[in-house]
Ligand binder design. Sequence first.
Ligand code: DAH
Length: 340
Amino acid sequence: MNQSLQTLVNEAIGRFRQAKTLSELDGAKAAYLGKKGKISELFGLLKSMSSEEKKEFGLELNSAKGVINSGLKDAKERIEFTQIQKKLNAQSIDVTLPGRGHDKGAIHPLTQSRREIEKIFSLMGFEIASGPEIENDWFNFTALNNPKDHPARSMQDTFYLEDLDNNGDNYLLRTHTSPVQVRFASCNKPPFRVISPGKTYRVDSDATHSPMFHQIEGLWLDRNVTFRDLKGLYIDFLKVYFDNTEINVRFRPSYFPFTEPSAEVDLMFSKGQLSGKWLEVAGAGMVHPKVISNFKLDPNEFRGFAFGMGLERLTMLKYGIGDLRLFFENDLRFLEQFKC
Ligand code: DAH
């Protein structure tokens, strides 16, 4: 590179090095590489040169331009780096501030309770089954010996669904988990023991009722099951679930269309806030022979017992919860108390 070109390059790089801001750098860049810049002007001279000179000077100019460009790039990086550095120094970080943190979630109390009940019954040889929440009339009522127009149907205020396909099949939101008895027994050969937890629906809403609630159904079918087995098993279950061997349990005669005899199961704690009062926790009974026939089984060969309990109620009694709506409001102040 000839001397004067080299001087020009040094001069440009010197100015780039002195630039403190990007706009100063832009100014310097324009002075050399802009349209009217010194280097651009030199390129303009090429036009009037012979091809020999043009070739030589052109090469020199291009390499001068390359050196200037790389000087410009270095200067730009230096300025940007200093700017970031300045910014970082200005924003000091207060390491003593508390962090945002992540709260650990918790299992919903109803789920905790359901899992516990499933565990207890699994240990007693029960399997777990489920069924659909949209049921038809047969599984929810008729097969359970609760025919159309029978007054027992009014025990359960039902959400009926529109008969969209117009085939006369009455669809509804199941009012209890008992239809799973029919579904399970129709495709499994006894002996078996099964429980079925799930959502159920009734037209009902106050502090102790919600239109959606949960039940857990139980069914034990075999050749020689008796009411004594039902009592022994259910009392054992309650003692384990409430972790309390001192509870009193009674089977109070009652009526359900699908069991005969039928009972309501009440318990009474001997200690604590709820002590001294009988509290209803389940319905139960020996499966009605007509229901066993509807399972497509011979009632002379098979018999058994069934029971159904409310998951919300059992959970409320266990933890002393007074209002069922708390389960569904998702208020963290309530839910956080069930962290484990
Ligand atoms: N399905 C009954 C209800 O929702 C509860 C029930 C009672 C279930 C007796 C049973 C039973 O399996 O044997 O009110």
